[in-house]
Design a protein around this ligand. Structure first.
Ligand code: FES
Length: 315
């Protein structure tokens, strides 16, 4: 009976307050899921924009769930219950002063400070490196248009192996070749077929399957252009036996799509080469050829069909 009078009554609040780990957040998988989503974004920036978009969506979702969990834990933590000192009694065994209640759990403060500091340091280290690594892939990739000489250098229905300097400021390292055929007028507009000679397997230079004629040099407003007549039945790649028909469609070998093509324009009676673009398959021929246009894509990469999802990585 004497002991019961001497001990203050223990309550559930008293237990909770005494346990320093009672309000720690439970283990959660969202930080790991968020990190995986960020990794997917980085991989997607290199491999496939679709993967990057999926990564961004997942990062937003997982980040939201992570923040919700953390804030929920903060809200769920019960207010510290002041310890009510027992009435002074001559029978009380521990009559000491009541301690000051803890207003905000120290573990919460340390957790927030660690996460915030980690985020700041991660941002400082990652963002500039990411910018230098990724930005060049999106900036300044377009080559200037190239003057290929007067339109009458390209007789109708004849092919010309056309070798030109892609960027006169950079010189001969930008020498490239395209196969060009003038198709005549279509709806009163001159029509050209301009096919890149770069094989879409691994990038070797393809050759016209037909004997070449005598090369001819043509002066232009920039660097001279070399035109070599030919009447090919198709185009072939000497590296691994890739073969293409006269519109650049793959007919045999390891290439994964049709040969790339070029935009063009007519300026003051001269043919100007524009930007390169990729195609999957070309339907029809000459001025009537039709193809879905895709952004210029590396060799070995599918641009259409289920393969573009199954094989998104550039070899
Ligand atoms: S690079 Fe042309 S077939 Fe391989």
């Amino acid at each position: 009976m004497a002991d019961e009078l001497e001990r203050p009554e223990e309550t559930s609040e008293t237990h909770e307050h005494d346990d320093p780990g009672a309000h720690l957040p439970p283990p959660t998988i969202w930080p790991f899921a968020f990190a995986a989503a960020v990794a997917l974004i980085l991989v997607g920036l290199i491999v496939s924009m679709w993967a990057a978009v999926i990564g961004i969506v997942l990062a937003v979702v997982f980040g939201f769930l992570w923040i919700r969990d953390v804030s929920h834990d903060v809200r769920a933590a019960p207010e510290p219950v002041p310890v009510v000192a027992p009435e002074p009694s001559p029978l009380t065994v521990e009559p000491g002063e009541p301690s000051e209640p803890e207003r905000f759990p120290r573990s919460k403060f340390l957790e927030g400070a660690t996460l915030g500091l980690g985020a700041v340091i991660g941002g400082i280290v990652t963002v500039p490196a990411l910018g230098f690594a990724v930005a060049p892939a999106f900036v300044g990739q377009e080559e200037p248009d190239v003057d290929l000489g007067p339109m009458d250098s390209f007789p109708q229905d004849e092919w010309r192996i056309t070798t030109f300097t892609g960027d006169p400021e950079k010189g001969d390292v930008t020498r490239q070749t395209a196969f060009i055929r003038y198709n005549g007028l279509k709806d009163d507009v001159p029509s050209y077929t301009i096919i890149s000679n770069r094989c879409v397997h691994l990038g070797c230079p393809t050759q016209p399957q037909g004997p070449p004629g005598e090369p001819q040099e043509v002066e232009t407003s920039a660097a001279p252009v070399t035109l070599t007549p030919t009447q090919p039945s198709g185009f072939g790649c000497p590296c691994h036996g890739g073969a293409y028909d006269i519109e650049g469609n793959r007919t045999a070998g390891p290439p994964v799509r049709a040969l790339d093509r070029y935009e063009y324009s007519i300026i003051n009676g001269s043919l100007w080469l524009g930007q390169r673009y990729s195609v999957g398959v070309v339907e029809g021929q000459g001025a009537d050829a039709v193809a879905v246009r895709y952004p210029a894509t590396d060799p070995g990469v599918h641009v259409d069909g289920i393969e573009q999802v199954l094989y998104p990585i550039t070899p």
